[in-house]
Write a protein that binds this ligand. Sequence first.
Ligand code: HEC
Length: 189
Amino acid sequence: MKRTILTIGIASTVLVLSVQAATNKEIKLEAKSAIIKLGKTLKGEVAKSMKAHGPQSTAYFCYKSAKSITKKINETYPKGVSVKRISLKNRNKNGYPVAKDEIAMLKKLEKQIKEGKKLPKMIVEKISENHYKVYKPIFIGKKCLVCHGDVQHRNKDAYKTIKEKYPNDKAIDYKLGDFRGAFVADIIK
Ligand code: HEC
């Protein structure tokens, strides 16, 4: 009898654990595909505009369209899924996170970089039973320097437009490979 109870106990623990593991993996996959969709779309639109119209018009394009593109892509996600970009050195005033846990996460990631650690590709945080936040760090690539780089690297005309539209811009003086912020996927199951 005792042995049966023990066996059932172990079996159900294993079952619960494996369900839990599958769920976490599922959350990661769902977040990854949503984040990649937004990231690819934004990068693609910026690249297209750069090629056709150059840096200054593209800076204006980002000012005009980053929000609406983000909204449009969010509308294609399954129910309960949303993605945004956050940064402690933000350009758009809404780019600075309002949630305490998001600020804490960005600070933690910054600290890890200062300590010379390599950041994980994605970080899953369980907020409550059915609520997750998945972070994907964003780094500065060569193309980003045009609008986010230091005075030697950024485009003067593009930055003129940016300064006009975002007088409190903090998103400059980045170097290649710098930590810029993160995509956050909010997932409610
Ligand atoms: C042509 C100029 C331009 C280029 C190139 C560019 N950005 Fe931006 N970026 C902007 C503008 C303008 C905004 C503000 C958009 C808004 O109002 O939502 C912005 C906003 C952001 C934000 C949102 C957070 C914030 O600070 O408001 C992130 C993250 C970001 N850029 C990262 C990047 C990365 C990474 C690259 C390179 C892959 C890049 N940007 C290339 C102009 C640019």
